[in-house]
Design a protein around this ligand. Sequence first.
Ligand code: ADP
Ligand code: ADP
Ligand code: ZN
Length: 210
Amino acid sequence: MKTNIVLLGPPGSGKGTQGEMLSRELGYVRLSTGDMLREAKRDGTPLGLQAKEYMDCGALVPNELIIDLMMERIEELGEGAPVVFDGFPRTVEQADALGDEVDVDLALNLDVDDAELVNRVTRRRSCPKCNAVYHLDFNPPAKPDACDKCGSALYQRDDDKEATFVNRLATYRENTLPLIEYYERRGNLRTIKGTGDIGEIFEKVKDAVL
Ligand code: ADP
Ligand code: ADP
Ligand code: ZN
């Protein structure tokens, strides 16, 4: 089994969904910068207050804040724990910092076209408590507006409204897309078609990591 996996892909491509399955079914520790930042925002920590202005407009939080946060989390992990990085790295500078700390065994790129991304993101609903994600049509909760896992009321992220999503997609193209070539050059890239049945995509993800 690959030890350190990076999930690449535009907003809405399924990183959280597949990362969560890797965690549940194969025992990976999932480190999601998006979840960490939203928690920091909710708790009103200094990091959360700083991150808010960037997140709310669909820009990236500055590299130094994110890199410090991730290095702390990596140090807390036991030696050799299998980790899936979700939403990090998002810039070449972050990828270099990660590469200095761990050997990235695999960068899994989820390929989904733009038209489907808009629909996925604007109809995504999230759990504020356990971070589970749903889709109103493709992956609805059993009871409307309630989390299957913990029962909390689901919400729509502010940055999942269409106007902010457009900025996030542009940010992705400018800053994160170059990481595909970055990992390809290192021989670590695997691209998977990210459309279709969630379980079938997970089978391909498993093929790549096992
Ligand atoms: P990301 O973490 O890359 O932003 P998510 O995993 O949160 O993406 O998925 C975005 C939205 O699309 C969520 O509402 C999720 O339920 C839904 N989704 C995930 N995978 C699929 C899929 N294969 N087909 C349809 N919808 C999906
Ligand atoms: P998605 O799952 O839709 O791709 P995330 O939950 O990963 O979105 O990220 C939400 C927001 O948090 C981003 O738009 C960005 O503002 C911030 N963020 C998350 N990860 C990073 C990162 N590695 N570097 C900079 N900003 C980040
Ligand atoms: Zn929940």
